[in-house]
Design a protein around this ligand. Sequence first.
Ligand SMILES: [Zn+2]
Length: 266
Amino acid sequence: MKRTIRATGALAIAATMSLGAAGAVQAQDSETPSYGEFKSQTYQDPHDGQYIVNGDIPVQGEQALRDFYTKVTADPRTSLIVNTVYGKDDVWTAEQAKDLTYCVSDDFGGDHDKIAQAMEAGAGQWEAASSGVDFSHVASEDANCTTSNDAVLFSVEPVTGAQYIARAFFPSTEDSTRNVLVNTDQIFTSGWAPDDVLAHELGHSLGFRHEHTRPEAGTCFEDDNWRPLTPYDSSSIMHYPQCNGSDDDLSMTNMDRDGIKEVYGS
Ligand SMILES: [Zn+2]
């Protein structure tokens, strides 16, 4: 695991070990950096040019980054939680949730089978908690596994040299950027089990936010566009350990299992 490095100032960018290195935005001091300062500290993924905020969440384009900055600085403190968009839960319909198809790119080469197994195990953690969700690997699409492939809901693709271990998407993410990117430089050496890292990312893909944005964490605040599903859980799989988490591993908790039932059924 890497160490946490915090810049000073209101929007300190926590470059953490992480599922994401760059980007837990913190708005807890008095001085607010300019947009330019914020932008200069925000990691831009060399893979596709998206900005990475909150550790492992991609934001596409300058306007979206500016909107993100505006949102966070306008509301510095407002607490398993579900993402909301304009106040509405950002989740799959019951029908879609039972048909979450993905491919695992052949570009993983010698790591392909290990990644496919970790994806299956990570997905299995959520599937075991809720019969309302069903991920399935469509291996016949692995040779053509990109966001352009309409035969699957999302692609799982490798990157190298990124400042995160993996990154994901929310249900509201548009199809053209709906992928899970796995940094093969770090996925097997992060100190966390690859299964758990991918289960965390798939948590985002189901609509779940970082648990550490809740006020109880006291750090790593992101924004208020979410709704609580359970009481605060400092050892949630969606809680970065380095954000005052109570657990160094990234395993799923019983409260996580309760939380998914609230959205997708038992
Ligand atoms: Zn995350």
